[in-house]
Write a protein that binds this ligand. Sequence first.
Ligand code: ZN
Ligand code: ZN
Length: 364
Amino acid sequence: MTDTSPYVDRIARAIAAMDADGVDAMGLSVGADLPYLTGYRAMPLERLTMLVVRPDADAMLVVPELEAPRVVPDPAFHVVAWSETDDPIALVTDLLGGAHRVAVGAQTWSRFLLALQQRLPGVEFTSADRIMGPLRARKDPHELARLRAVAAAVDATMASLVGLRFAGTTEREMARAIADLLVASGHEEVDFTIVASGPNAASPHHEPGSRVIAAGDTIVVDIGGSLAGYRSDATRTLSVGEPTAEVADAYAVLRRAQEAAIAAVRPGVAAEAVDRAARAVIAEAGYGEAFVHRTGHGIGLETHEAPYIVEGSDTVLEAGMTFSIEPGIYLAGRWGMRLEDIVAVTAGGVERLNRADRGLYIVE
Ligand code: ZN
Ligand code: ZN
């Protein structure tokens, strides 16, 4: 890894992908495609921010004047700041002049796209996902370093869970305490803190509430935040006191399922084959119906992005792809458990980004 801008290379790769897709200009606004190419994340404002990328011109970042101080100058692009009385749609329309097929970021506000369509009749607009999705799915060394750092921060958070007292406290209070730990462990922002106890743990995306955690509960703690724009996402399952034999046995199945999925990860393997590897272990133990979600999702500048590790996904894994492996077992009205780590596909196989203990955490 060098200190030089990664954005020059990324914009060059985006232009090559545009060429291959028959696109002669691309406009990116709010969402993660923009920071991927510029390091700048636009606020979701009514004022237009748009990066215009063309093979025949330098990349231009059109940004409201009052936001311009937040842009870190970079050799990869020029900044065009517009003042409150300027017409930013006219600025972008000029920059798109002569283009026939324009790709637009999927999260661009419709008010801006509709205005551009009105000013540029005859131009075909298409989604930038086909260009940016595959690029962003394969992380470069600069991104892998950031994902390792944020994974280490969430690992440190997980390690400190065993020092907390859960019994007698509400899920919401524990979620707040864990959010503080995420920051103390090195995250710049907290994205989510799921604390699901007892029967609530059977709901994979449970919103922490007023339930008071009690001895004998199983608790799913699924947490994530960001550092330098890159996301963490990890899950551990806790038992308040010693688990029942049923929970301990099911947890052993869950660990084996995660191991089987991770062992299946290498370049050239279909994403769905990784899902099948986890699912086969859980189904064989009789919990097939209780594994109600996909095995994983890509992660990077967004918590959920391509590739998705799910049956029906024909994405072929390539070195540099990073995603979660998170099998779960959920028995409605009783208990739930999940084990989630992030892995990176390497030339030779797989690298685990998370290293926190993977056992069932026994807490008070
Ligand atoms: Zn998660
Ligand atoms: Zn996840």
